[in-house]
Design a protein around this ligand. Structure first.
Ligand SMILES: [Zn+2]
Length: 425
């Protein structure tokens, strides 16, 4: 009911056959009616071939044990989903057989919600990973250039102010991604909204939002799984309702600059955004089924490039910034380094009003001819660099190298129990 079986029901179902019998007055079968002339043969359902890499899926699932969160890995050149993890998970076999009712009751009352598919159903603020989108939109709008530099004294000083953290200053575009400077993106976002070519901040926000949507946000991507959530990105209507018409300005909504506030994205959407950046401007709608039956193609939309509308040349700078984040001096994503592989990544932290922040990380590798794009979301685990980045890097290493040599890091993640942050167990 919540998996590919639901999406591909018509292919899997096949067709029932019929056999008509002649029966006597006591309803006993005498013979096949008219020698079976009216019988029809059953057509078996078709097999589905999934794009999931079974080894990677199993490994990614193991990394997430005793943690709440999700992982989505996509092959950028096809949009095929290589791994999709929601943790904790459950064994579907528990929902059939004699004990199914008891098992179902246990699963639905479990506070960790194992039946809730966090990968596609749990939109969360993307935090600083969203700076990648704002940066590209700024370059596209011309309100930002790759050479725009910004001094950061540890905060953005306007409005209520936005705090930053210690890093080199000034920073240019590439360095702003490397060190994840909040002030840089507050200036960048405000410039997008105050662009004189638009008659008002309202209309600039509307243009910005349309561009954000082309990255796959605030709408269902159309993955071939049921119950995908669209997430949200604030619109002028929302602010007009909240603040009143003409009663808000870029400073009222400055949190959007750093992926906080009225914005929510699923892990699937973040993995897709990363695949789009890896492809320098387009993505394929993520999907989990590769072929139906004997090499039958799936729906045609899964083979169509979905363009962001942003020039390819701008992606070079974002990618360089993401690469520097993993290996540059003061880079925020050094925990995502994999020896021998050029990794491009971006950390994020999703503020959680109910407890410890959630950690977010997106990455792809290798830098040239990328084979895998990954998004990791770990609930209640602090900043993005702390847990989500090393988990993502282990997923990269497993997929690109076959086995993981960084066993110390692996052991640390495997033995880490983050449920105690939430349930105190
Ligand atoms: Zn800064």
């Amino acid at each position: 009911m919540s998996g590919v079986e639901e999406s591909y029901e018509t292919a899997l179902r096949g067709k029932k056959g019929t056999s008509i019998y002649l029966r006597d007055s006591r309803n006993r079968v005498v013979e096949s009616f008219e020698n079976g002339r009216l019988d029809t043969a059953a057509v078996p359902g078709k097999n589905l071939v999934c794009s999931i890499d079974a080894d990677l899926q199993e490994y990614a699932q193991t990394l997430m044990q005793n943690k709440l969160g999700s992982i989505v890995a996509i092959e950028p050149s096809t949009g095929e989903i290589l791994a999709l993890v929601s943790s904790p998970t459950f064994n579907p076999a528990a929902l059939s057989g004699l004990n199914r009712q008891q098992n179902y009751a246990e699963l639905t009352s479990n506070p960790t919600k194992p039946m809730f598919n966090r990968a596609i159903m749990s939109p969360q603020p993307p935090g600083s990973t969203f700076k990648l989108v704002n940066g590209l939109i700024g370059l596209d709008e011309g309100t930002l250039t790759p050479h725009t530099t910004c001094h950061c004294a540890g905060h953005y000083p306007y409005g209520r102010g936005v705090a930053c953290h210690g890093h080199i200053s000034p920073v240019n575009f590439i360095q702003s991604i490397m060190v994840s400077c909040n002030a840089y993106y507050c200036y960048a976002f405000r410039n997008i909204l105050e662009n004189k070519k638009y008659i008002s901040v309202d209309s600039a926000l509307t243009v910005w939002r349309e561009k954000v949507m082309r990255f796959g946000f605030a709408r269902q991507l159309g993955v071939d799984l049921p119950n995908e959530k669209a997430g949200i990105v604030a619109s002028k209507n929302l602010y007009n309702r909240y603040y009143g018409v003409n009663r808000w300005n870029p400073l009222s909504i400055i949190s959007l600059a750093i992926g906080q506030g009225e914005i929510g994205a699923t892990t699937l959407q973040l993995a897709n955004m990363t695949a789009l950046i890896a492809n320098k401007g387009f993505y394929y709608i993520p999907h989990i089924v590769k072929t139906v039956g004997e090499n039958e193609r799936i729906a045609p939309e899964y083979y169509e490039k979905q363009y962001s509308g942003i020039a390819e040349k701008y992606f070079e700078y974002s990618i360089e910034g993401m690469n520097m984040a993993t290996k540059g001096m003061g880079g925020t994503a050094w925990r995502a380094q994999v020896p021998g592989i050029e990794v491009c990544g971006k950390t994020g932290t999703a503020q959680n009003p109910h407890g410890k922040n959630h950690s977010v990380f997106v990455c792809f590798a290798p830098k040239t001819d990328p084979k895998i794009a990954v998004a990791v979301f770990v609930e209640n685990s602090g900043a993005g660099g702390s847990f989500a980045a090393p988990i993502a890097s282990l997923v990269l290493e497993k997929y690109l190298k076959g086995n993981v040599l960084r066993t110390e890091l692996e052991q640390w993640i495997l033995t880490m129990n983050l449920l105690t942050n939430i349930f105190g167990k």
